[in-house]
Design a binder for this molecule. Structure first.
Ligand code: NAD
Length: 542
């Protein structure tokens, strides 16, 4: 075709309310019933074909663990090898295809998710990952729709970034996809990340092998189906749930391994990095390693903070999705002068928080993801109950009879180095350290130095100078920094997300900076008037 089609400008997908009487509420409730009433069989998808290996794991509801939602087939070495072959085969055409063709697939995927697939992917996220309707909506629907639309827009901007040409010469950059396949490894806690990690490289013309988290496989499988319906050619993304260590070993041993797009825990990413470093000489090229990992996200209050705003930020920031957001506030520093009021306000709010089955829309929190998470979080809480200098101000209860439920828990720790102030717990536990208001400067240092992570953080203050001091002192303490707002809820296109230090490579998901990692540019110079003689003017006799 002749013409340069304009990509539709992206706007953030509006968040639907699911309030009583809203049509989306009726539709979502119907879908929840339907998904709960049958047991799905989840195949691998390799080269566009469903693959049933017969080796399955149960996919259960975290809030009702006897309820099996699906049986998910697991990849073994043969299927991993087949997935690599399929990605390699699809690469030839996909890597050479025009941008409009690729863009159309993901723009259509966004529209399918905004409409017909919305209740399905939201419903699967609520049941399989125990999110409330609102938490599912902002993740599985809105954020993933935004990822698709904004990434297409960012890709267009990258391609438009071209070098200077001078008289007689035409210079250009060809943003080639990587040679080989990208390995996307995704976490349980955001369906949108599940969808984004394989598709961001694919938008740039790469082909991908995608290993979803076992506990998010239901919603992730629906995304795979959505992408096929949107016209993604077979083999561009290959879906291989399976035992993570074995699957990764195979993929990282392949010569064509070109990169990792990972989100998950710090230890796992470090292990993958070491493994790829050990195999480095056998690869065709240096792999791109992109990983967003753990956090120990903070809220710091200045004595000038508004107590109501602060208490609300603490409750929402720490407990939405049971504290299982990488950005969740898990340590807070509040000055003594402010603390009694903030504490009472926060405890009042928490007394109203209901925990239970997300299909009951009155609940603000569901269950934590699985037994391993439940045991780990409960271990921290039980130890805190015994620890000198630590008070359990709220919650502390845990019950796994039906589901993996943990009460929202607030600990007050005298020692700012107590383990719950430093370790990533990844559950509904907020540790608060009350500092003497006069020790503001020392507290800034404490916040900066307490944890190896640097993902998100928030400062609450009305005093402008305090805001500036915190911004400066904590410049490297968070990749996403909030002023008078909770440290969660980054929006694609508005707050590009990611952190540094032990929190990741900070390649900012859903931004131009991330997409640039999935291309290997070739500079092309065409000389319209090439020289015809080897000699230069300075060589002439005077
Ligand atoms: P996880 O590290 O347990 O799992 C992430 C993925 O890695 C899953 O697909 C899992 O199957 C796979 N995996 C696990 N062990 C592996 C191994 N040894 N080799 C290869 N793959 C392996 O993390 P999770 O529990 O799914 O997610 C929670 C973690 O993710 C938290 O640490 C959280 O902070 C982090 N997270 C970070 C961000 C961010 O943007 N920085 C976003 C979401 C989650």
């Amino acid at each position: 075709m002749n013409g340069m089609p304009k990509i539709p400008g992206p706007v953030n997908e509006p968040v639907l309310s699911y309030a009583p009487g809203a049509p989306e509420r009726v539709e979502l409730k119907r879908t929840l019933k339907e998904l709960s009433s049958r047991q799905l069989e989840i195949p691998l998808v390799i080269g566009g074909n469903d693959v049933h290996t017969g080796r399955t794991i149960d996919v259960v509801m975290p809030h009702c663990h006897r309820h099996v939602l699906a049986k998910a087939h697991q990849a073994g070495p043969t299927e991993v090898q087949a997935a690599i072959a399929a990605a390699q085969a699809a690469w030839r055409e996909w890597s050479a295809s025009g941008f409009e063709r690729r863009a159309a697939v993901f723009l259509k995927a966004a529209d399918l998710l905004a409409t017909r697939y919305r209740p399905i992917v939201n419903g699967a996220t609520m049941l399989g990952q125990s999110k409330t309707a609102h938490q599912a909506e902002i993740d599985a629907a809105c954020e993933l729709i935004d990822f698709f639309r904004f990434n297409v827009h960012f890709a267009e901007r990258i391609y438009a970034e071209q070098p200077l040409s001078v008289s007689g010469v035409w210079n250009s950059l060809d943003y080639r996809p990587l040679e080989g396949f990208v390995y996307a490894i995704t976490p349980f806690n955001f369906t949108s990340i599940g969808g984004n990690l394989p598709t961001a490289p694919a938008i740039m013309g790469n082909t991908v092998v995608w290993k979803p988290a076992a506990t998010a496989v239901l919603s992730n499988y629906f995304i795979m189906r959505l992408l096929a319906e949107a016209g993604l050619p077979p083999g561009v993304i290959n879906f291989v749930p399976g035992p993570s260590v074995q699957v990764s070993e195979r993929l990282l041993a392949d010569r064509a391994f070109a990169g990792i797009h990972f989100t998950g825990s710090t230890e796992v990413f470090q292990a993958l990095w070491k493994q790829s470093a050990a195999n480095l000489t056998s690869y065709a090229a240096y792999p791109r390693l992109v990983g967003e990992t753990g956090g120990k996200d903070f809220i710091l209050a200045h004595p000038s903070a508004d107590p109501d705003v602060l208490a609300t930020g603490m409750v929402r920031g720490a407990f939405e999705y049971q504290g299982q957001k990488c950005s969740a506030a898990s340590r807070a520093y509040v000055p003594d002068a402010l603390w009694p009021e903030v504490r009472d306000r926060m405890l009042e709010m928490l007394a109203e928080v209901k925990v239970g089955d997300p299909a009951d829309f009155r609940n603000f929190m569901g269950a934590v993801i699985d037994r391993k998470a439940f045991d780990k979080i409960k271990g921290y809480i039980d130890a805190a109950k015994q620890a000198p200098g630590v008070k359990v101000l709220f919650g502390g209860g845990a019950d796994d009879t039906d589901g993996y439920f943990i009460e929202p828990t607030v600990l007050e720790a005298q020692d700012p180095a107590y383990r719950t102030m430093c370790d990533e717990i990844f559950g509904p536990v907020l540790s608060v350290h009350v500092y003497p208001a006069a020790r503001w400067a020392e507290t800034l240092r404490l916040v900066d130095e307490t944890s190896p992570y640097a993902l998100t953080g928030a400062i609450f203050a009305q005093d402008r100078r305090a805001v500036e001091e915190a911004k400066d002192a904590l410049r490297y303490a968070a990749g996403n920094f909030y002023v008078n707002d909770k440290p969660t809820g980054a929006v694609v296109g508005q707050q590009p997300f990611g952190g540094a230090r032990a929190s990741g490579t900070n390649d900012k998901a859903g931004s131009l900076l991330n997409l640039i990692r999935w291309v290997s540019p070739r500079a092309v110079k065409e000389n319209f008037v090439p020289p015809r003689s080897f000699s230069y003017p300075f060589m002439a006799e005077a």
